[in-house]
Design a protein around this ligand. Structure first.
Ligand code: GDP
Ligand code: MG
Length: 162
């Protein structure tokens, strides 16, 4: 069976953009209005000749009450179905309560987690990712899903645990 990678994180951090970057094609729906991705959508992906399934997650109304809990609940389902998780954080925003909730779920799962610090579009923004070490998930892989910056190193790290 092909290994499964779940991509989780708050609305608007760039999960779907990153999934498209992984796929090398625009298939996952990216929206300036957060919350458009359906709960879970699976895609066939390949990196360095290895096939895997990547699962984009979403489907939350960002204005809903108890958003952090909803995101965490959705992450829990996705992670339970996956072999490893790609946790995406917006480095320009930093760590939020919802991020902390998701981290608890990821820890509990006992499965490998790779941390992506997204929206680091240029070198100047790299410093913003240092604070993400505080999540306790190890090295934040600094990427710009929009421009493709760092995505190769990120995928190497993902495949190493998948
Ligand atoms: P999702 O809700 O987590 O799936 O986020 P989306 O992939 O739909 O992206 C939300 C918004 O963030 C869109 O306007 C994207 O163009 C933007 N975005 C995604 N990745 C990046 C990035 O690396 N840099 C910048 N500047 N914007 C990004
Ligand atoms: Mg999305």
């Amino acid at each position: 069976p092909v290994p499964v990678l779940a991509v989780v994180g708050r609305p608007n951090v760039g999960k779907s953009t990153l999934v498209n970057r992984i796929l090398g094609r625009r298939e996952a729906v990216v929206e300036d209005v957060p919350g458009v991705t359906r709960d879970r959508v699976s895609y066939d992906a390949e990196w360095n000749g290895r096939a895997f399934t990547v699962v984009d997650t979403g489907g939350w109304d960002p204005d809903a009450r108890g958003l952090a809990e909803r995101i965490a609940a959705q992450a829990e389902i996705a992670v339970s179905l996956a072999d490893a998780t790609l946790f995406v954080v917006d480095a320009t925003v930093g760590i939020t309560d919802a991020d902390e909730e998701v981290v608890k779920i990821l820890r509990r799962s006992g499965k490998p987690v790779i941390l992506a610090a997204n929206k680091v579009d240029d070198e100047r923004a790299e410093a913003e990712a240092y604070g993400l070490w505080n999540l306790g998930l190890g090295e934040p892989y600094v990427v710009s899903a929009l421009h493709g910056r760092g995505s190769g190193d990120l995928l190497d790290a993902v495949l190493a645990v998948l």
